[in-house]
Design a binder for this molecule. Structure first.
Ligand code: NAP
Length: 247
């Protein structure tokens, strides 16, 4: 599997799933732009990891919810590596509350990052991905977008929204040979899951046939597969990696 001469931008790459994705893409030879919002130290660690593995990487700060910052990030990546071939829209947040307690502000914040951020980053990279002909848009959704989840009306809505977005962009890229796909992880051992109360986690585990939460690596390997040119006939797909959870 080789990603030589491919430039990849991974949003939210300072931690968790995004970090794992950035590191593995770099290990496979890609030039990687490591986006972060506030975790600068961690982002530099990711860059060091990739360079120690013989790859090339740059840290790029931007809040994906802010279009001016995203435009600036695109310029930085372009100056460092040229056109972007692969965009991984990974950055995401939760603001969990039962719907009766959810404020309009809680709703808007999650929309701004999880969907607004995807719009912003895809907007600035779209022409590069189209022109790459073997370009890749990879959106990180969630099993929660397929099932819904108690206390996550805002988050689940954003993650379902990515299905329609992905399938539409897949159609709009297809005539140039570039693809758009969605990876929908189950529950993964990151800071996001660490925030979930233990009794809720026990309930979730009972619904996972493989009887374990996912490791970051379980998700990363699918994203790496899609990023390479050999995945060229797969587009508009929603790939569930969830230990067999029903939806
Ligand atoms: P995480 O450990 O909380 O990491 C989130 C990352 O996103 C951090 O690097 C953070 O950077 C970045 N980020 C957050 N808001 C941002 C913004 N406005 N602009 C730029 N970067 C931002 O989360 P994770 O568990 O790895 O989740 C990654 C993705 O997978 C998310 O889209 C999430 O919805 C999805 N997912 C997660 C799970 C799970 O169980 N963990 C399951 C299914 C899907 P800073 O620290 O610098 O802010």
């Amino acid at each position: 599997m080789s990603l030589e001469n491919r430039t990849c931008l991974v949003t939210g790459a300072s931690k968790g799933i995004g970090r794992g994705i950035a590191e593995e893409l770099g290990e496979h030879g890609a030039d990687v732009a490591v986006n972060y919002r506030s975790s600068e130290e961690e982002a530099y660690e990711v860059v060091d990891y990739i360079e120690d593995a013989g790859g090339t990487a740059v840290p790029v700060q931007a809040d994906v919810a802010k279009i001016d910052e995203v435009e600036g990030m695109y310029e930085e990546v372009h100056d460092a590596f040229g056109n972007i071939d692969v965009l991984v829209n990974n950055a995401g947040i939760t603001v969990d509350k039962k719907f009766e307690n959810m404020t309009r502000e809680d709703w808007d914040r999650v929309m701004q990052v999880n969907l607004g951020g995807v719009f912003n980053c895809t907007k600035v990279c779209f022409e590069d991905i189209r022109q790459a002909h073997e370009g890749r848009l990879i959106n990180i959704s969630s099993v929660v977008g397929q099932q819904g989840n108690y206390g996550q009306a805002n988050y689940a809505t954003t993650k379902s929204g990515l299905f329609g977005f992905t399938r539409t962009i897949a159609l709009e890229l297809a005539h140039e040979g570039s693809t758009a796909n969605c990876v929908a992880p189950g529950f993964v051992k990151t800071d996001m899951l660490a925030d979930v109360p233990d009794r809720v986690k026990e309930g979730i585990l009972e619904r996972i046939p493989l009887d374990r939460f996912a490791e970051v690596e379980d998700i990363v390997s699918m994203v790496t597969f899609i990023a390479q040119k050999q995945s060229s006939y797969m587009t508009g797909q929603i790939l569930g990696i969830n230990g067999g959870m029903e939806w």
